[in-house]
Design a protein around this ligand. Sequence first.
Ligand code: NAG
Ligand code: NAG
Ligand code: NAG
Ligand code: NAG
Length: 869
Amino acid sequence: MKLFAYLPPLPPFLFAALVVGGLASKALHIALHIHSLPFLYFVLYSPTLIIPDLLVIAFVRVLLHTPSPETKLQWVTTALGGLLSLIVWGASSIQFGFFMQTGAEVAWAASNSFLSDPAAMKILLSGISTVSAAATVLGLIAWLVHAKIYHWTGLGLQAIRDLLSGSYRARYTLLGVPSKSWMTTMDLRTVRRIAITVSICSSLLFLELTRPSVPYDHLSGALPLTLLDAFTKKSSTTEGCRQSPMKFPLWTDVKTGFMANSWSRPSWLPQNPPPGFSRYEHSPDERAEKDNPSWYLCNDNEPGFYNPKTDPLKISNLGGDIYGPLKAAFDAHSVEIDHVILLTLESGRKELFPMQQGTPMFDALLESHAKEDREEAIDRLVTMTPVSQMLTGEYATDSKGEKVNLTSANWQDPAEEGMGGLNVRGALTGSSLTFKSILGSHCGVHPLPVDLLEETGLEIYQPCLPQLFELFNTVKNPNPTPEILERDDSASEALKNPWKSVFMQSITDDYDRQDVLNENMGFKHKVVKSTLTSRKSKYRAKGQEINYFGFAETELKPYVRDLFEEAANNKTRMFLSHVTSTTHHPWNTPDDFAIEHYMGSQGSINHNLMNNYLNSARFVDNWLGDIMTMLDETGIANSTLVVIVGDHGQAFGEDNKDMTGTYENGHISNYRVPIVFRHPHMPRINIDANATSISIITTILDLLVQSHSLDARDSEMASSLLPDYQGQSLIRPFIPYIKDGHDTPTENDSDVEARSPRKKSHHKGGHHHTRYNWNFGIVNAGGSMVSITAAGLPYRLVLPLKEGFEYAFSDLNKDPGELHLVKSWTMADLVDDVLSKHGQSAAEWLEDAEQVGKWWVNEQRRIWGYREA
Ligand SMILES: *[C@@H]1O[C@H](CO)[C@@H](O)[C@H](O)[C@H]1NC(C)=O
Ligand SMILES: *[C@@H]1O[C@H](CO)[C@@H](O)[C@H](O)[C@H]1NC(C)=O
Ligand SMILES: *[C@@H]1O[C@H](CO)[C@@H](O)[C@H](O)[C@H]1NC(C)=O
Ligand SMILES: *[C@@H]1O[C@H](CO)[C@@H](O)[C@H](O)[C@H]1NC(C)=O
C-alpha cells in the first residue's frame, strides 16, 4: 500500500506525459530538419511552430482540470483527456524508438498498410525494446515534473480566463456605459496585460499567416493531430480518371500517336499465349475498354499502355556490336545456357561485392579502428568475401598491396583464367524497396512510385522472366512446321526441353503481398518459409529463425540441390530465382556461425549494427559458394547462367550519421548494387556503366539468343520481344547519352525557357541536344521520393513527391559518399544553392532532372493504369 503513496494522481501525471511527449516529439521533428532551414527565418518563425502543441496542451488541460473527478461529466472529460495523453505519450515513444533505430521519422500516413500486415507488424515489434525505453524515459520525466506542470498550466489558463473576462468587462464598460470612471473599475495593469497579450497573439497570428507553407506547415504538425494522417486518404495526385499524359519536357521531336494506329497481332504470338502477353494480344483500345472503360472515356488521348516506340527516354543499344571476345565465344558455340539462376542479394551493396579497398564505405570502416590497428583491419576485411571476388573477377588487395589468398574459400572458381562473364561497375537499383526492385530485375519494368506493392493489383506492363519461359513452353510440342524443323536441325535436343521456373527464399512470402507478386510474375513453384515449416515438407527447417521474416538461406540447401539434380537429369530447363535473407535487418546469423570483429571502437557511433551486417554478408558469400559448389557437383555449371544483383544497398551510421536504413532515405549507399552475369565459358569483361537492374531481363534475353541457347522459334520470339524492353543490353557497349545533331532549338524549347526564369540568363537550350539515359530509383516505401541520375554524369537529385521531404543534390565525383548533400525545401532554393556551389552546368542539369522526374512519375502512373483508391 505504501507504494501508492509515491504514485501521483493519475490525471496530472498523464497530462505531464502529454506535455513532455508532445514537446519532445516536436523537438525531434524540428531537429531532424533544422539543417535545411535558413537560420534567421527559423528564429523568426519558430514561435509559430509550437502553436498547435500549445492549443493541444490547453485543450487537454481543460479536460483534465480536476485531479480527482466527481461528476459524470468530469469523468467523461477526464477519460477523454487521459486517452489523448496516452496516445501522445505512446506515439512520441514510437517516434523516438523509430528514430533511434533508423534515424528516420515515422510517417503515420503509411502506417495503415503496415498495421494490416502480420509480417510488417513483426518488423514494428522488433523495435519494441527501443520504443519501451523511450516510453520509460518520457514517463520518468513526466513523473518528475507532473506536479509543477499541472500547477503552472492551471495558473496560466486561469490567467487567460481572467484576462478574457477582464477584457470583456473592459469592453462592456467602454461601449455600454460611457462612464468617466471606467479606468477605476479596471486597474491599469489589467489593461496593459490585455494589450500585451493581444499584441503577442496578433503578431503570432501574423507570423503564422505570412510564413512560407513549405516547410513550416509540415514542421508545425503536432501530436495527436498528425496521427490523423493515418486515417486520411493517401495524398492524392490523381483523381477521377487516370493521369493524362504530360508533354515530355526536354526534347521536342518526341514521336506521338499511340500503338493503336499501327497495332497488329505479332505473328510469333501463339494462339493462346500464357499470362503476361495481353499487351501483344489486344490493341490498346481493346485493352483500355476491357480494363476499365471509364478511364478511357475521361482520357481521350491515350490509354494506359507502354509503347516503346513513343517512349522519349528509351535508348536502345541493340544495334550496337557485341563485345568482341564475347562475340567470338558465341560464334564458336562455346557458351551453352540451358539454365538461368537469378540471385537477388538482400541489402547487397556493391561495396561488399566484393569487399575491397578504395570505396567511401571501406574508408569509413577503417575510421573505426585506431591508426595502429588499420593494417590488420584491412587484411581482415579484404578476406571477407572471397567468393564474390571470384564471381566478379575483382580481386582485392591487402594492406601490402598484394592479391588476397583465396584458397580457404568454400568454392574455387573452376573457370579458366580470363573466363567468368560480365561484371558491371557503376550500377544502381531501380528501387530501395525489395519487391519493387525485383519487379525491375525480373520484368524489366519501372515500378510504381507509390507506397508499397500496389503493383500487385495491376497488370505488369511487360512480360516477366517466368512468363517468357512459359511462352517458350507453350509452343514446345505442337506440330512444328517443316520450315521450323529445318531451321531447328542444328539445335540440340536440350533446347526442346520445357522450362521450369521456381522461386526460393527461406523467409516468409506473405509480407506486403509478395506471394501475389510472384504469382503475377508467373512463378508456379515456390519454396518459402511455409514450405520449410510445413509438416508435409520434404526437408523441414532444422535451425532457428534468424530474423522476423524467417530462416537463414542455408535451410534451402537440400531444395536447391534437388532442383539442380532435376535440371541435370530430368530434361528440364531451370529458372531459379532466389532472394537471400540473412543480410536483412537486424543482420542476425545462425548461432554456429563464428562472428568476426570487423569494426573498431573509434568514432561517436555504435558500430555493432555494421559489424553484424558485415558478418551476414560473409555468411551470404559463403552461401553463394555453396550454390556454386552444388552447380559444379551436379554437373550443370557449364550450362548455367548465374545472374547476381543486389535488391538495394543499406545505409548505416558509418555512411551517413543523420539517417540510416532504406526507409524514406535517398542516400546513395542505398542504391549502388552489384550486377554480375556469371558463366564459366564467357570471357571476363568488366563493364563500366551507369545501368540499373532494369537491364537484366534485356541482357538475359540477348544472351540466350546470341549464344544459340534457344531453338529457332523461341529465338524468333525473344528477338521480337527484346526491343520492347526499356533497359539496354549489357553484352553490347552501354550508351549513356546520344548527342543529337539535328535537334535545333525550336519554339518548344523557348517554352521550356519561359517556364524557368533562371534559364533565360545562362541557358540557351543547347544541351538538349544531348539525350541522357536517365535512371530512376524509387525510395522505400515508394511514394515519397525518387532519386534521379543520368548515365555518364555524376549529378544526383532526390526529388520529393510529397510534402514533408526535402530536395537533395549531390555531385558523386566530388562527394562519392554523399557526405555533403545540398538540401533545400524548394526547388528554386536548391537551384540557387547548386548554382553557387557546383556551377552552372550542375544547376542546368538539376532543372532538367526535376522536369524529367516529374514527367516520369506521372508517366509511370499512366503506363501502369494506376488510379489511387
Ligand atoms: C594460401 O594459403 C594456403 C593455406 O590456407 C597455403 O597453403 C598456400 O600456400 C597459400 N598460397 C599462397 C600463394 O600464398
Ligand atoms: C522428372 O520428370 C518426370 C516427368 O517429366 C516427373 O514425373 C518426375 O517427378 C521428375 N523427377 C524429378 C526428380 O523431378
Ligand atoms: C566444364 O568446362 C570446363 C572447361 O571450361 C571443362 O574442363 C569441364 O570438364 C567441364 N565440366 C563438365 C562437367 O563438363
Ligand atoms: C557512373 O556514375 C558514377 C557517379 O555515380 C561515375 O563516377 C562513373 O564514372 C560513372 N560511370 C560511367 C561509366 O559512366
